[in-house]
Design a binder for this molecule. Sequence first.
Ligand SMILES: [Mg+2]
Length: 290
Amino acid sequence: MPVDFGRGCRKGGEPVKRTVVFTDLDGTLLDARTYSFDPALAALGMLRERHIPVVICSSKTRAEIEHYRVKLRNGDPFIAENGGAVFVPRGYFAMDGGLSVPSGDDDDSRYLVLRLGASYRDLRGALTQLRDEGFDVRGFGDMTAEEISTVTGLPLSEAVMAGKREFDEPFLFSGDPQMRGELVASIERKGFRITRGLFYHILGESDKGKAVSIVTGMFRREYGDVMTVALGDSPNDLPMLRCVERPIIVEKGGGGYDRILAAESFERAEGAGPEGWNRAVMQLLEKVDR
Ligand SMILES: [Mg+2]
């Protein structure tokens, strides 16, 4: 859905730098336990009023993000599976954001899809090898939708969407925490990486930061310089937070910030998940141009 995102002008004719918001979902815009974004409705309404794009950047799948985009009435590009792919609604940018994507399986009629992540089959293969090496790992691909629903707390219909992985595999690691270092090393020896959100994730060279940089480039190509903001709560958000001008972290459900993110000089929103999100975005909007 094309948005009214024309380049505004101040009274003197000087161009206004427009804002683009990138956001994580789980534990950030969505409550970590209930997956509700209700506490952020006020800020979401103001963003919509001002036509400020909200680019979802989540470890969730395309299917899950589509579900939330409908609930949020969001028509902006989005980033799925920890930066595994960028989805740009056709016609959103003039010249499709400069994307030249060969037609193929990914050439969805609604989006241009830029694949950045590893193939899911390869990730699943790596997980099998890890099990053979004695690591107690269990991926979403090993679980029924009912099991995914149990471990995530998602309703069954959303657990089905969560299982539709394409570029990133969330997994549980029940082994000795001492073996975590060996697990990381073994994953890296296989040419993959590990990150952490609500779960561990095995993925390829992609991360949220690379995908956010690409999408920022598309907005800049279209609208000139933009002011980038990102909100996150977990270590998998670190690359995204590092590549924007205004990185903001929200508190965890039990209070306090993620230890790894707190070690950085990021802006701290007071409040867990969507409450912190709402507060930070409202404060931001008070300062940026209408
Ligand atoms: Mg999160």
